[in-house]
Design a protein around this ligand. Structure first.
Ligand code: AMP
Length: 639
């Protein structure tokens, strides 16, 4: 039987390679674009989501069109991020593994440029690059693009959003006029249209799905909760989906870090991905996520760009993005490669209008979902456990030797008793946590209590916790994580006994469980930091209550969300405390250290963008990120 890729015009060597990758039939985008691109005579615009098989859609025709006997760059693929660059290069290497003399190089910031230059010198036909590093290499006159016949602009909207417009112009000016340009984009804002108009000659346009339409495999849901219940709602959604493998999107680095820290403390397998991490740290986080050693990746929009991990079951919008189009990119992290996925928005009732806008733009209806009750969660978890027990593979050879002893231990228990105990072992944790779980669903227009609660609770610790003042803060270069270790090390207490940490400028507040407060005082009796005596006081003592502190600190508003439910540690309650406003950077904070909004509209979008080129190159020089944070601008559609 003829292979369907062969029917599309792909040669045997390449077909065999994709077969080895498990590609049996072409995806719709491959089916539509391969025959068009194979002609090699047209410019091309493909409107397609990430995860649809886009790389093979342009990669397979490229391999057919390139003359591999000639070892000169004939194709240049530009893409926005290092991760995507590596992924595309890797895919192309796999597709071309049976093609003699095929050479693909990945050129991206944040890695050793010498190695990349060496590979280029040795001879390549396909260059996959991020724009900043590509320009760097062109500037060194280390590459000759005079034989380039095809340029692919992948995730063009993202490249423009990240401010690569000028770099792309400069790079393309070094390629021949008669090259063909193939542009792929998930969305089609006016700027991408303009690129298509400026760089292309009568391009063939293919739209996979309707414009700006989300992937058909993705269901969209929203939950309405009060701002202070957001974190509890997130946990409940996660608990109700025992097999969840999700990307949780936050708007700021700080929120990302906050949510991840709280989840980790509450026993979830989570980590944060944001622009303050070094490239090495980011790689580590991503590796854990890819290998499924982590269930929840908490990320900012910018950091999550180019993340192509298959089998993500859910995308959770912990906060809605600033720009409408970012939603398409976020939700496109799930529902990849023909799989289904769910994109969830946790919103407050005032954001309902944004959901309606999204529905209009992506042309899909969002389902209003109800947060499950504590009982529902317990039931779901229990049966997940039961099914696991039922389906677990038994290693008879290994376990057999222990069976007589195990049987002996259980001899006084009936089968029913044994089952009850096994189920309880895991289940008690949820039962305990959810026994008094409140209904978190908020009605439309239900914002009651937000202000009052915030006001009432000022200066008080959460229930079961003592709130303490410490004369160290972000100016001493403490992050929340540093502060946590500092408290635990000196107070000789476990991390789970520490509640909220509220890092200010020259001082901070933190909570510890009531019964360890004395221990912490004792531990900090004679601690010095940088030659300074560290001082701890009960918040509110000596006129140094939160109110006083806040005035000094510049009237910062606390992030909302964390609270409302009891922590799994079983300690008495972890109520929202002063939690309130759900946007850290709002409220005229005097805080410098972390209030910076990432990916935010910091005003003057183009000015923002111009910073990125330096960053990317800087990243490459310093072995840094090679990637920018920030950089959404006026050009993008706001709510
Ligand atoms: P891409 O959009 O190119 O990032 O592809 C998304 C995922 O789908 C990747 O893991 C690819 O390996 C996979 N994929 C691409 N084309 C096919 C195909 N025809 N059959 C099965 N998997 C595919």
């Amino acid at each position: 039987m003829t292979n369907p890729f062969q029917l599309l015009g792909i040669s045997d060597d390449v077909v065999n390679a994709v077969k080895d990758l498990g590609f049996e039939t072409p995806t719709p985008i491959q089916e539509q674009s391969i025959p068009v691109l194979l002609e090699g005579t047209n410019d091309f615009v493909g409107l397609a989501q990430t995860g649809t098989g886009k790389t093979a859609a342009f990669g397979l025709p490229l391999l057919e069109l390139i003359d591999f006997k000639v070892t000169k760059p004939q194709a240049l693929i530009l893409c926005p991020t290092r991760e995507l660059c590596l992924q595309i290069a890797n895919d192309l290497k796999n597709f071309s593994k049976n093609v003699a003399n095929a050479h693909v190089v990945a050129v991206y910031g944040g890695a050793n440029i010498m190695q990349q230059l060496r590979e280029i010198r040795q001879g390549v036909q396909i260059v996959v690059a991020t724009p900043g590093r590509m320009l760097d290499i062109i500037g060194r006159k280390a590459i000759d693009f005079s034989n380039v016949k095809y340029v692919v602009l992948d995730e063009a909207d993202e490249m423009l959003n990240m401010g690569f417009q000028d770099d792309i112009n400069d790079i393309l000016s070094t390629t021949p006029d008669d090259k063909k340009t193939w542009l792929f984009s998930a969305t089609m804002p006016a700027e991408v249209r303009r690129i298509a108009k400026n760089y292309m000659d009568n391009p063939v346009e293919l739209t996979m799905g309707t414009k700006n339409t989300g992937n058909v495999n993705i269901e969209h849901e929203y939950y309405i909760v009060r701002a202070r219940d957001k974190y509890a709602a997130l946990k409940r959604i996660v608990d109700f989906n025992p097999e969840i493998f999700a990307v949780v999107f936050c708007k700021t680095k700080l929120d990302t870090q906050d949510v991840a820290e709280h989840l980790i403390k509450d026993g979830y397998n989570a980590d944060a991905l944001h622009g303050d991490l070094s490239q090495q740290q980011r790689d580590k986080v991503m590796q854990r996520f890819r290998e499924r050693n982590m269930q929840l990746l908490i990320a900012t929009d910018v950091a999550a760009r180019g993340i192509d991990v298959n089998n993500v079951t859910h995308v959770i919008n912990y906060s809605l993005p600033d720009e409408i189009e970012s939603y398409t990119h976020r939700s496109g992290r799930t529902g990849r490669a023909g799989k289904t996925g769910i994109s969830i928005c946790i919103i407050n009732s005032k954001e309902l209008g944004k959901i309606r806008q999204l529905e209009r733009i992506i042309g899909k209806q969002f389902t209003k979902a109800e947060l499950p009750t504590g009982f529902d969660v317990c039931e779901k978890q229990l049966f997940s456990l039961v099914h696991k027990v039922h389906n677990v593979e038994v290693n008879v050879e290994q376990i057999d030797q222990y069976i007589p002893r195990i049987m002996d231990e259980f001899k006084d228990l009936s089968k029913e008793d044994v089952i009850k105990r096994f189920a309880s072992l895991e289940f008690n944790r949820f039962l305990d946590y959810y026994s008094k779980a409140p209904d978190l669903n908020a009605a439309v227009g239900d914002d009651r209590g937000e202000r009052g609660e915030r006001g009432e609770r000022r200066g008080r610790g959460s229930e079961g916790y003592t709130r303490l003042f410490i004369n160290l803060g972000s100016v001493d270069e403490f992050t929340r994580g540093d502060m946590l270790s500092f408290i635990c090390n000196n107070g000789k207490i476990a991390g789970k006994s520490v509640g909220k940490i509220d890092l200010k400028g020259v001082f901070s507040f933190f909570e510890v469980e009531d019964d360890v407060a004395d221990k912490v005082f004792e531990g900090f009796k004679s601690v010095e930091f940088n030659g300074r005596q560290v001082r701890i006081e009960k918040s509110g003592d000596g006129g140094r209550g939160e109110g006083a502190g806040e005035r000094r600190g510049g009237g910062e508003r606390r992030s909302g969300g964390f609270g409302g439910e009891r922590r799994s540690s079983g300690g008495g309650g972890y109520r929202g405390g002063s939690g309130g406003g759900d946007r850290r950077s709002s409220g005229g904070s005097g805080r410098r250290e972390g209030g910076s909004r990432e990916g935010g509209n910091a005003g003057g979008g183009f000015r923002d963008f111009s910073g990125r080129s330096r960053d990317e190159k800087g990243g490459s020089r310093e072995g840094g990120s090679g990637r920018r944070e920030g950089g959404s601008g006026e050009r993008r559609k706001k709510w």
